[in-house]
Each structure stands twice: as structure tokens, then as C-alpha cells.
Design a protein around this ligand. Structure first.
Ligand code: ASP
Length: 364
């Protein structure tokens, strides 16, 4: 089936891109360009019966606003990195999510924020871990990428670097919310493990494909309620919580970070997609006739259900080890997919072809 599709695609490519078939055209806008965006606001035990209709509506409004902000950047021809940052900055300011304001409390009653961002063009990446007074950790992660020779800065050093670049700082209590403080108190009273799955959700992330064909990914989090000893999760680990490579995909993850680090979730998904493309390139070069067309299609297209199957398989691997959570993925074709093994995931997606939706529960 794949072979037929690729060969057909190769054969018609020389005539016109419009003959390229449904999987190729579905994410293009009226100018024939593709752009695509997927966002998340965390995965976890998010069930209808635990949400009031007001809470449900408030989350959907917040997700829609963030989606709209990122989509506006992409629609106007802006950069995938700018779209990712626009989404995450909004969600970091929203106390409903576990990133920036509204971050979970550490065991000692503070906040230690992690974030990362990656540019699919050249695989430049930046990350920060354990920062306590930076209003927008995603902006600091981007500065690490663009203005330092490093990929990851942690703790006081990261704050010092932020100060040298005049990044906005806030008092650590700016991140406080009653809701998250109660979660810490409940956890301590019930002597739950710091890794208890029920208190872990709200991390935010975005993945984007811009009209120039560039991918980007970003993730920001307060980590897990009651974390201590300088614990760092997957969100700032390039290849675990965040990855972007124009040759394959962009991924942002949320969930039980230790498992996502062990599986290398974000890189694993992109790596499998890249290998699938390479395999198809070999197919394309199978006959003398196809070699000509291979030059037109040096990066073969893959279909949405193939991206979905790869993401699902990697999430099954996480589950097999005992972990839970979810991912958002955007491919170079503009396929925007979700995969999660929790009851729900705050999420949304928008594409140049008019897809525009937000969702919360697993059954929608
Ligand atoms: N993955 C984050 C962490 O382990 C938490 C989350 O996504 O909710 O720090």
C-alpha cells in the first residue's frame, strides 16, 4: 500500500503538486502552503465527573486562546519557533496550568521550573532546569539556544544568565496558587509518593510546522508536586520531553517524566519516522525510472495514521514500563496528532486547511 502510494506520488510529482493525493493536500491552506500546530496543557486523571462545567469551559477557552495565538503566527507566515513560544508564554501565565504561574509546589513549598525548546531546521536546542524566579522559562530556554554555547543551564547559573540578558524576573511567590498548595498539603497528609500519578498534570507544550517547512517544539513545566532533591523531569531533556527535526517530526510530551526519560520518548518517535522515510527512499530508487522521481521527492511523504501508529507504539512502551502521559506530534506533512494513555489530555490543534479544535477527555 505504502509502496503504491509513494510510486504514484513520485509519478505525478513531475506534473503538478496538486495531484499528490489526499494525504499530501489535506494540510494546505488556500495559498497551497502547509502549516500546522498542536498544543497540550498536560495529561492525567482528567475525567468529566471531576470537572464542573465552569472548569471545563475555562480550560477550553484557555486552550483556544493559546491555539489562536500560535495559529496567527503561522498563518501570517511566521516562524515555527515563534508560534511555539507564543503558545507557551500564554499558558505559562495561566494559573490553571502547571507551568510558570500555577506551577506545582516542591516538597519545600517552592517552585522549580523546567523548560526546553528545539529548532527543527538545524537541531539547535535550549533548556533550563530548576529556575525559581523567571516569569517565562520558555523564553530563557530560547535564549540559552540562541545566545549561549550550551544546550542546558540549571539553577542559579541559569538565573544569572537570565539576568545578564534582562529577562523578566518575578518574586518566587508570583507562581503560587491555592489550588497547587492544597495539592501539596493533600499529598503530604496522605503520604503519597512524589511520583503519584494523580497529582501530575498541567505541563504545557507546543509543536509547529511553519509555511517554510520548518518544525519546532517546546515544553514548560513546574514538574511534579512534592518533588525534591533537585529532581528534574523530562520536560527540559532534549530527546525525552522535547524534540524537533525537519527530517522527521516535532514532539512535546507530558506525563510521568522518569519514564519519558528512560524511553527517550520524543527522540524515539522522530527517529522511527525518519527511518520510515529512509526506507521509502530506498523503495523509490527501486527501478531506474523511479530514480528520476526520487530526486523530486528526496523526503518521501508519510501518512497521518503512520505517524499515529509510531506515537502510539512509543506510548505503549512507556506504559509497559509503568509510566503514563501523552505526546503531541507534528510531521513535515502537517499531520498533527495526539497520543496518550491517561484518561484525558488538555489539547488542541489547528492547520492551514481549517482544522481548529480543542479537547480534554479521552473519548472526544
Ligand atoms: N513531565 C513532567 C515531569 O515529569 C510532568 C507533567 O508532564 O505533568 O516533570
Amino acid at each position: 500500500m505504502r509502496e503504491v502510494f509513494v510510486r504514484f506520488t513520485c509519478a505525478v510529482a513531475a506534473l503538478s503538486i496538486l495531484f499528490a493525493g489526499p494525504a499530501l493536500s489535506q494540510d494546505r491552506d488556500e495559498d497551497g502552503d502547509r502549516w500546522s500546530l498542536a498544543i497540550h496543557g498536560g495529561a492525567g486523571t482528567i475525567a468529566r465527573q471531576n470537572m464542573t462545567s465552569e472548569q471545563d469551559a475555562a480550560y477550553r477557552v484557555a486552550l483556544q486562546q493559546a491555539l489562536d495565538a500560535g495559529a496567527a503566527v503561522l498563518r501570517e507566515g511566521g516562524d515555527a519557533l515563534d508560534a511555539v513560544e507564543a503558545v507557551i508564554v500564554l499558558l505559562e501565565d495561566d494559573p490553571k496550568f502547571n507551568a510558570g504561574r500555577g506551577a506545582v509546589f516542591t516538597w519545600d513549598g517552592g517552585h522549580e521550573l523546567d523548560a526546553s525548546i528545539m529548532d527543527g531546521r538545524n537541531r539547535d536546542a535550549g533548556a533550563v532546569a530548576g529556575v525559581t524566579g523567571i516569569r517565562h522559562p520558555i523564553r530563557l530556554a530560547r535564549l540559552v539556544m540562541t545566545d549561549s554555547p550550551h544546550v542546558m543551564l540549571a539553577g542559579e547559573g541559569a538565573e544569572e544568565f537570565a539576568a545578564q540578558h534582562d529577562l523578566e524576573t518575578v518574586s518566587p511567590d508570583w507562581f503560587d496558587t491555592d489550588f497547587r498548595r492544597e495539592a501539596l498539603e493533600r499529598m503530604k497528609a496522605r503520604e503519597l509518593s512524589a511520583l503519584d500519578v494523580d497529582v501530575k498534570f498541567g505541563t504545557v507544550g507546543a509543536v509547529a510546522l511553519d509555511r517554510n517547512g520548518n518544525l519546532a517544539a517546546g515544553t514548560s513545566t513546574g514538574g511534579m508536586t512534592g518533588k525534591r532533591w533537585g529532581r528534574v523531569g523530562d520536560a527540559p531533556i532534549i530527546g525525552a520531553g522535547t524534540y524537533a527535526d525537519n527530517r522527521s517530526c516535532a514532539v512535546s510530551a507530558t506525563g510521568w517524566g522518569e519514564y519519558f526519560i528512560r524511553v527517550g520518548v520524543a527522540h524515539e518517535i522522530c527517529s522511527e519516522i525518519r527511518q520510515m522515510r529512509v526506507a521509502e527512499q530506498v523503495d523509490c530508487a527501486g527501478t531506474g525510472e523511479d530514480v528520476v522521481f526520487r530526486e523530486c521527492w528526496s523526503v518521501p511523504e508519510i501518512e497521518a495514521d503512520e505517524v499515529q501508529a509510531i506515537a502510539d507504539a512509543v506510548m505503549e512502551d512507556v506504559q509497559h514500563l509503568g509510566g503514563d502521559g501523552g505526546v503531541i506530534v507534528v510531521s513535515p506533512e502537517g499531520h498533527a496528532i495526539f497520543s496518550f494513555n491517561t484518561a484525558g489530555m488538555y489539547r488542541g490543534r489547528a492547520t492551514g486547511s481549517g482544522v481548529n479544535e480543542v479537547a480534554i477527555y479521552g473519548d472526544e
